[in-house]
Design a protein around this ligand. Structure first.
Ligand code: BTN
Length: 235
């Protein structure tokens, strides 16, 4: 599909804006980029700090498009995989939708959907840390892409990721997650690690199945995790 592209100097959240438009019946394919988000959102109601100017700069955008995959569950994995493949061989995926580098989070993905007639409208939000954040009270400072690729800036990163990302989303819609599974496994941060999930499951992460479900070996059997937060258990 053809996409319109909009760059805004400031918005509360690119995801919130596209969700508002979708609820108002605007369900065309669009790429919305914000130079600054004043209320960027993460998963599970968390906020996402961002400011492309100066310290701690990030690239923040949302891709909105009508979509009807047979199974939504692997979409965030397909999106994350596309982004890491476009950026750097050392980037890893932390199920279900974080991008990590050397034990620190580098990027996050927030996917939301609204109804659009007989279809659904998907809003795929991506935030990527570009410039390192100095100071700050966070226990583990987030990773930033310039630590791996010193020359890149936000426009360059957007240019690198966007066409493959659109293609990955369209391919996912027709083919699902199964063809992406082995590429995902090569980037899987959790596989083989001792993990704790927010639903209480503890064990060793085995990787993902053909639909993108996380498999955890609890010692008493393999549990399928459809949606939860997972943390790596300190050893
Ligand atoms: C997470 O780490 O939990 C997901 C973070 C997603 C952040 C991006 S930035 C662009 C888009 N707009 C938002 O408000 N959030 C997403």
């Amino acid at each position: 599909p053809g996409f319109s592209v909009e760059v805004l100097p400031e918005i509360d959240s690119t995801n919130s804006e596209l969700m508002r438009r979708a609820r108002a019946g605007q369900c065309e394919p669009v790429l919305l980029v914000a130079e600054r988000q004043t209320a960027g959102r993460g998963r599970l109601g968390r906020d996402w700090q961002s400011d492309t100017q100066g310290d701690g700069g990030t690239l923040t955008f949302s891709l909105g498009l009508p979509l009807q995959p047979a199974d939504w569950s692997g979409l965030s994995l397909a999106v994350g995989l596309s982004v890491v493949q476009s950026l750097h061989p050392e980037l890893q995926l932390k199920w279900p939708n974080d991008i990590w580098w050397q034990g620190r989070k580098l990027a996050g993905i927030l996917i939301e959907t609204a109804s659009a007639g007989t279809q659904r409208y998907a809003v795929i939000g991506v935030g990527i840390n570009i410039t390192p954040r100095k100071g700050g009270g966070l226990r583990t400072p987030p990773a930033a892409l310039q630590e791996l690729l010193p020359e890149v800036d936000a426009p360059e990163v957007l240019h690198r990721v966007i066409a493959p990302l659109v293609q990955a989303v369209l391919t996912f819609t027709t083919e699902g997650f199964a063809p992406l599974r082995s590429a995902y496994q090569a980037r899987d941060l959790l596989a083989g690690q001792a993990v704790v999930c927010t639903d209480g499951t503890q064990g060793t992460a085995l990787g993902v199945d053909a639909s993108g479900v996380l498999l955890v070996d609890t010692g008493a059997g393999t549990v399928r995790i459809n949606s939860a937060e997972v943390s790596v258990r300190p050893v």
